[in-house]
Each structure stands twice: as structure tokens, then as C-alpha cells.
Design a protein around this ligand. Structure first.
Ligand code: FE
Length: 227
């Protein structure tokens, strides 16, 4: 199995290219528009056929490469069915399976960071978008975010995955790359031993500035990055 974790230093975004191996079908999760050349080069070098682009949600901090990758490769762009972005090729629902070669990804609906946040699980790993970070969580203060929903998405959904499942987050701001479900259950300071009320109190008091690109990124991403 091939998992490439790529990092956009401007927005601290992780993008993933996942496939059975070289010469296979591939999926790209959360691509950033300024990195398209890097993705296209790697796809070519590894002889990967891009089948799907999956955005875990409509992002506020960067512009998706989904639309441009679709133009370049004829891939299918996917978002969860809670999205407002009419530009996607196809929406997927909780429990759906996305088949990429021999890899089967299960779609997990995990609202909270935004109302349209989804994760992808395949044996041994979960791509958590901005739902669950390493020792943190995605903010819940815009795009219809909701800390109570996020708590339930994490505790009652992601934390029911096997403990050894590798967590591949959508961002990291502290130099981390991966974690496991067990680690986050035990050491995530917002979640370990915390009630839903305690989690909500933490999330309601983060006092974060809006992302620099938010006013540009959200409308652009509702058009799959093609404006
Ligand atoms: Fe986000």
C-alpha cells in the first residue's frame, strides 16, 4: 500500500495520495490548488491513475485543487452529501464505500468542524480532515460548526475504530505527522477524560482569528476551486 503525506507550508494542510502501490488507481484527499504540479508529477512518476479526489469538507483556509485535477485527469471529485457545493461530480453518504483498486474506503459522516465534515476509513488508517487533529481538534466557530456534534463525531465514531488505527489529520501546526486512535483517546487534551460540556467550553473559548483566506477560499471551494 502506498500513502504519501504531502504538506502545504502556507496553510499547514496535509494532502494524501493513497493507492494500492505504484501502477495503480489512486485517490487524493484534500488537495491544495497551489500544489497541483507536485501532485501531477508524483502521479506520473508512480504511474498512478487518479480515480477520485475527496475533500473532507468545504475548506476555509485554502483553495481546493479538486476542480483543476478533474479538468486535468477526468477524475471524479467527491464531497459528503451534507455539502452545499453543487460543483462536485458526486456526493457520498455515511457508510458508503469508495473503491480505489483493491482498497475500500468507508465514508464516515463526522459533523462538527463544519456541518459537511466527513472522514475516510480504510483498514489500519483513518483520514480525519479537520475533525480530529494530533492532540487537538478542528475549530467549530464558523461554517455551521458545532462543538457538541464534533464531540459525538469523535468520541462515538472515530474512537470506536481499532486503537491501533493510524490517524492522518488534515492539518498540523506543531510539527506532528501521524498519531493513533489510542493516543488521541488517552492524550488529546481536549478529549481525554472530558465530558461533552467540558469539550464545548474549551471549543467556545478558543478565540481564534478567522483564517486569512476565508473570504476567498469558501466561495472558491463551493465552486471546487474553479473561480
Ligand atoms: Fe477546515
Amino acid at each position: 500500500m502506498l500513502v504519501r503525506q504531502l504538506f502545504d507550508a502556507q496553510t499547514f494542510t496535509f494532502t494524501y495520495i493513497v493507492a494500492d502501490g505504484i501502477n495503480s488507481d489512486a485517490i487524493i484527499i484534500d488537495p491544495v490548488d497551489s500544489k497541483i504540479e507536485q501532485y501531477m508529477k508524483l502521479l506520473k512518476e508512480l504511474n498512478l491513475t487518479l480515480k477520485y479526489v475527496f475533500d473532507t469538507h468545504v475548506h476555509a483556509d485554502h483553495i481546493t485543487a479538486a476542480g483543476k485535477l478533474r479538468e486535468l485527469t477526468n477524475c471524479i471529485t467527491l464531497l459528503g452529501d451534507a455539502t452545499n457545493a453543487a460543483c462536485v461530480s458526486k456526493t457520498v453518504s455515511d457508510g458508503d464505500i469508495i473503491q480505489v483498486g483493491n482498497l475500500a474506503f468507508t465514508v464516515l459522516e463526522t459533523p462538527g468542524h463544519t456541518q459537511d465534515s466527513f472522514c475516510l476509513y480504510t483498514a489500519g488508517m483513518v483520514f480525519t480532515g479537520d475533525t480530529l487533529f494530533i492532540r487537538g481538534t478542528g475549530r467549530t466557530d464558523f461554517q455551521a460548526g458545532n462543538p457538541v456534534d464534533q464531540y459525538h463525531s469523535i468520541v462515538n465514531k472515530l474512537f470506536t475504530l481499532p486503537d491501533e488505527t493510524i490517524v492522518y489529520p488534515g492539518h498540523d501546526y506543531n510539527g506532528n505527522t501521524t498519531s493513533t486512535i489510542w493516543e488521541e483517546k488517552n492524550f488529546n487534551p481536549r478529549l481525554a477524560g472530558k465530558t461533552v460540556e467540558e469539550f464545548k467550553h474549551i471549543m467556545d473559548n478558543l478565540k481564534l482569528p478567522n483564517p486569512k483566506m476565508m473570504d476567498i477560499a469558501v466561495p472558491a471551494n463551493l465552486a471546487c476551486g474553479l473561480i
